[in-house]
Ligand binder design. Structure first.
Ligand SMILES: Nc1ncnc2c1ncn2[C@@H]1O[C@H](COP(=O)(O)OP(=O)(O)OP(=O)(O)O)[C@@H](O)[C@H]1O
Length: 575
């Protein structure tokens, strides 16, 4: 029995067993025929070969061999063709014969199929011993690579069952869409787990490679929870997890910039939410501080710097640009106005996140209000003027109110709406003005209704205001698109504003004077303060360096506002 004698080492046991079996069984077998049958069977070469193959395979399984290539069939074919063209020695002939054998061809084909992993995991046959109350059992087969499954399990304290406790967003289990929180785990790879400790099951899972079969009883799912939450937030602050000492795991954090739109996929944890950048194809979510947590820590950080509102420096009283634009009387200029509200800053608000939803202006819907914000002299008026000239049918500006008496060349509702002082005061009291001021005993102001009347003409209303009024204008009715016009560097200001004139705030005559060095510095400082304090409310920032370029950028942005989808506060989309 040559096959029996070849076994060495730990594998020899099976051969020995085969060789001794016939003699051992002899005592129990009476008929000579049966004895000879046993002898022949256990001495059969093919049986020994099978055992040998089995043992070899077992050995290979332990060493986890990896295929060198996955196209052995094609290689053999190529080799045969090449060899046939050469002088045929005895060895070459033998090799050609071997390679042409259907068995060898099939073997190589199977090898390639396995190497390419081009097989679908087969679903196991449905167990036929399912209890009546087990009719909702699910058999799930996942193919696991080196990546963890991304699920945790626990023992349900009430029922004692092993249940799925958590599915990590974007992990393998989550992506499969087959396993859900609350599902009861019955078996893993055919092994019942009901009596096992969660740690033992985790060990089984960790050791498993390739296809893993789960038998689960689906949990009762809350429809709302089952779907991926669609909460979109606009970040109102910059966040870098690398600099966050509080985050439980920095690598798991999601960095973002103020203005980014984030899709929050899990808010289960009160302190750390899971989110991803809107539109990001990478399914894996990262941790971001929750709104409540961020508000709390920002509020704790801020009192030292913010109990005193930061005052945005500007000319003695220069700010009422909207008034000036609609005015034909060049003697009166913005320096005349005092804004009563200008000192009110929003110290109570801690900007963290704002829930947003996609919005696109529908056909026939009113235009969004376009608000321009920027420091004195930066060019807001110039931008508005250019827009009005470019398309007077499309763009419009508000007509201010005043309590001063109408002059002979003026008409009511053209330069101003002329109203009595008493009515003006009543309107102030009734919050009818976005901004108002007083000069030489007369009131001037822009009313909310004046914005409405421009919008009612189906025009885009261009308004420039002090940034502190933005909060009151951010309503579903106006859906304002806020553009911050920012000055370029001081060097570029010196270059571009060589021939420009700024309306003097030092007198009341509306006289203009060339820009001074201090005007540039003041403009840059004021812009910086505005951005720090109100930057989270700006939807678009345009640097007014080259006027033509800045204007084109503005025009393009405004066209997009009308034609494309933008993210707006969710409350604006409910009306
Ligand atoms: N990019 C630019 N390059 C050169 N000159 C410019 C540019 N932008 C604006 N100007 C000029 O700067 C001056 C001030 O501009 P404008 O009056 O539009 O500023 P404003 O922001 O409305 O200021 P104010 O708050 O004083 O009303 C104007 O003479 C204008 O033509």
């Amino acid at each position: 029995m040559p096959a029996l004698s070849t076994g060495t080492g730990p594998d020899t046991g099976l051969y020995e067993l085969l060789s001794v079996l016939p003699s051992q069984l002899q005592a129990h077998v009476e008929s000579a025929d049966d004895r000879s049958f046993l002898h022949t069977m256990f001495g059969e070469r093919s049986l020994h070969s099978l055992v040998k193959i089995h043992e070899k395979l077992q050995h290979y399984e332990e060493t986890c061999p990896a295929p060198v290539l996955d196209s052995a069939g094609a290689l053999a074919q190529g080799l045969s063709e090449e060899l046939q063209a050469k002088p045929l020695s005895a060895e070459v002939r033998e090799l050609l014969k071997l390679l042409s054998k259907p068995h060898v061809k099939s073997l190589l084909s199977v090898h390639d199929t396995v190497a390419q992993k081009s097989y679908e995991p087969e679903l196991p046959p449905l167990p036929d011993d399912i209890d009546d109350d087990e009719d909702s059992v699910k058999i799930i087969r996942l193919v696991k690579n080196k990546e963890p499954l991304g699920a945790t399990i626990k023992r349900d304290e009430r029922t004692g069952a092993i249940v799925i406790a958590r599915i990590m967003r974007g992990g393998a289990a989550d992506r499969s869409g087959l396993i859900h929180v609350g599902d009861e785990l019955k078996e893993v790879n055919g092994i019942p787990v009901g009596d096992k400790k969660p740690e033992d099951i985790i060990r089984i899972l960790a050791q498993s490679q390739g296809a893993i079969t789960f038998k689960v009883v689906p949990g009762i799912q809350d429809e709302g929870l089952a779907k991926e939450p669609k909460v979109y937030l606009r970040a109102l602050f910059d966040y870098n997890p690398e600099e966050d000492k509080a985050i439980p795991c920095r690598e798991a954090g999601l960095a973002f910039r103020r203005g980014d739109v984030l899709q929050v996929v899990c808010q289960d944890d009160a302190t750390w939410w899971q989110a991803k950048h809107e539109g990001d194809v990478n399914p894996r979510a990262g941790l971001i501080p929750s709104k409540h947590f961020q508000e709390r820590r920002l509020a704790l950080r801020r009192p030292m710097t913010n109990t005193q509102p930061q005052k945005i420096s500007r000319k003695p009283s220069g700010f009422r640009r909207s008034f000036r634009l609609s005015r034909r009387d060049k003697k009166t200029n913005k320096s005349m106005y005092e804004c009563k509200k200008s000192e009110q800053y929003d110290t109570a608000d801690v900007p963290t996140y704002e829930e947003v939803a996609p919005y696109r202006k529908g056909h026939g819907a009113k235009h969004r209000l376009v608000i321009l914000v920027g420091p004195t002299g930066v060019g807001l008026n110039e931008m508005k003027r250019k827009l009005l000239i470019s398309d007077p049918q499309h763009f419009g500006v508000t007509i201010p109110h005043t309590s001063r008496t109408k002059r002979s060349q003026e008409s009511d509702g053209v330069e101003y709406h002329f109203i009595s002082k008493h009515l003006f005061e009543t309107d102030i009291h009734n919050n009818k003005f976005i901004e108002h001021g007083e000069y030489k005993g007369n009131y001037y102001g822009t009313s909310v209704d004046s914005v409405r009347s421009v919008l009612a003409k189906n025009k885009v209303c261009l308004l420039d205001v002090q940034p502190h009024t933005l909060k009151h204008l951010r309503t579903a009715e106006f859906k304002p698109y806020v553009v911050f016009v920012k000055p370029p560097s001081i060097e570029r200001l010196r270059e571009t504003r060589k021939n420009a004139k700024i309306i003097s705030g030092k007198d009341d005559k509306g006289s203009s004077k060339p820009f001074m060095e201090e005007d540039f510095q003041e403009m840059i400082n004021a812009a910086q303060l505005m951005e720090n304090q109100y930057g989270h409310l700006f939807e678009k920032v345009i640097v007014n360096d080259d006027l033509a370029a800045a204007f084109s950028e503005l025009k393009l942005a405004l066209r997009k506002v009308e034609t494309e989808t933008h993210w707006v506060p969710i409350s604006w989309t409910h009306s």
